[in-house]
Design a protein around this ligand. Structure first.
Ligand code: AMP
Length: 271
């Protein structure tokens, strides 16, 4: 595994290759990331992982400052993946040297869920994905369905503009079905147990809505109950059609999307 620390080395190293699989991350490497990397290794001659905590996608400075980062432990985990070729760890100036203000906009119909509650977040994500794709020129980008709205918007944006496929990969959970996330590193063991209990309550909803007609009404009532029971703030809890991201009362073709705050840590999931 070769570590690439700037754009010059990146361009020189990747130059001869066209069959490149790319896994963008913000570090805090866990088994969710590793599943994307293994998927890329299976489908591409070369695989590159990036670690870059992109300040432009944080709508909250405190969230950015407290984002779990540990480059040493990330590298020691990544080194164990025998067939991983490259890790790219750019500095801010490598990505934003051409700091032309981006005019990337999110269509109004997609300004729901995280786009509604984290103003400017996806504009920041699309901007950095645009820059990374220009630099790396991957054949395939692998992204997690855990962040489904992100995957959906990046796929729409990148596949229109570049000769690159954006491939969605299934969500990895721990043995108690809690979705793996770098933000889980911010939780103590006790807090993690509590979050697992909350997550179980959310997951139960999937069965409950199976035979309900007004799914979103039911979810609104459940939202209030779960908030009161666990003393948490839920930002959204909605049943969404995964083809067009519109609100839906149909079970088929939809997923429940949710975001909530446990203490001041924002967690998301969809299933
Ligand atoms: P992040 O480092 O959180 O920005 O995530 C980098 C990539 O890993 C994104 O495409 C995420 O959707 C994906 N990812 C994060 N957590 C998981 C998970 N539990 N299962 C699958 N993919 C994940």
């Amino acid at each position: 595994m070769k570590i690439l620390l700037n754009n010059q080395t990146l361009t020189k190293t990747l130059g001869p290759f066209s069959d490149i699989g790319f896994v963008p991350t913000m570090g805090g490497i866990h088994k969710g990331h590793i599943s994307l990397i293994n998927r890329s290794i299976k489908s591409n001659k070369k695989t590159i992982v990036s670690i870059f905590v992109n300040p432009k996608q944080f709508n909250n400075l405190k969230d950015f400052k407290s984002y779990p980062s540990g480059i040493k432990s990330d590298l020691s985990i990544l080194k164990r993946i025998k067939k991983l070729d490259y890790v790219y760890i750019p500095k801010f100036k490598d990505i934003y040297q051409n700091n032309k203000k981006s005019n990337i906009k999110i269509e109004k119909k997609y300004k729901i869920l995280c786009a509604k509650f984290r103003k400017g977040h996806f504009e920041g994500v699309l901007d950095v994905m645009n820059r990374l794709t220009k630099l790396i020129k991957p054949k395939n980008i692998f992204m997690g369905e855990k962040d489904f709205q992100q995957f959906f918007l990046v796929k729409n944006f990148i596949e229109k503009k570049f000769n690159t496929n954006v491939i969605g990969c299934k969500t990895i959970r721990n043995r108690n079905k809690l979705v793996l996330s770098s933000r889980n590193f911010l939780l103590t063991k006790k807090e993690l147990n509590e979050v697992e209990k909350i997550s179980k309550e959310f997951l139960k909803l999937k069965k409950k809505i199976k035979n309900i007609r007004k799914i979103n009404n039911f979810l609104q009532i459940s939202k209030k109950k779960i908030e009161d029971f666990f003393n948490i703030k839920i930002e959204y809890l909605e049943n969404i059609n995964i083809k067009n991201l519109s609100k839906s009362n149909k079970y088929k073709g939809s997923r429940i999307f949710l975001a909530y705050f446990f203490k001041d840590i924002r967690l998301i999931d969809n299933f």
